[in-house]
Design a protein around this ligand. Sequence first.
Ligand code: GLP
Length: 267
Amino acid sequence: MEVIIQPSPEAAADWVARVVAVELRARPTLVLGLATGCTVEPVYARLARMHREEALDFSQCRTFNLDEYVGLSGDDPHSYRNYMNQHFFSKVNIDLRNTHLPDGAAPDPDAECEKYERLIAGAGGIDLQLLGLGLAGHLGFNEPLSAFRSRTRVKALSPLTLAQNAPLFSKLDEMPHRAITMGVGTILDCRRCLLLATGADKAEIVAQAVEGPMTGMISATALHWHPHCVVVLDEAAASRLKATDYYRWIYENEPEWEPFRANRPAQ
Ligand code: GLP
């Protein structure tokens, strides 16, 4: 795992978008894993801008989202399919047939989960997976005590997650209590993981995810098993970490990040 600390949420989102752009230009058929939530919205805005201004081409890219609420069809304004259409898919030249989310309205959710795993495998696996971090320490909707080897399945949402996401629903009783989510094991199989967390409210859970012991209570700690995982933070989200000098030293000295250091956004 590497920890990259950027001066602001904007710079952190820029950094993540630049990594995605570099990978997509190197491999136009990239299989991209996508996340939802407020944190990643600026990443999608930047990718859309790169598409408009720098001809970043998504025409051959295939995508798989982490999760979807059970009971919501893609037309539902609260569905993650709708979120993705609104924030990203409608803003770039991606072929919607190449974009995948679990179908929350599938009559047999368990069969839908198996189908989703087959689809990911059929695409050759996920090359680069974007991740946010829930206050419950979850990746996707892998709530506390999710097995580190879990695959795509239906999970009940924890009270903390329900509270975190409730403001996005106009009526609380409309909020589903279950979701289909890629498993922790599904995420660990992705070739590269890029987790973005910003803001002071994430500082404590970031510290536990990065520097705490591995525990099923915080599914993000499973990322320590991943051979190619980068955690990108702004200063506020990094504020409870103890070894920030070390992370900064590695970033300054790691050859892979040379083009990113040279191309720093204005601070
Ligand atoms: C939801 C999603 C997660 C996401 C989390 C963080 O729970 N299922 O994939 O990481 O929200 O959301 P935010 O970025 O809004 O804090």
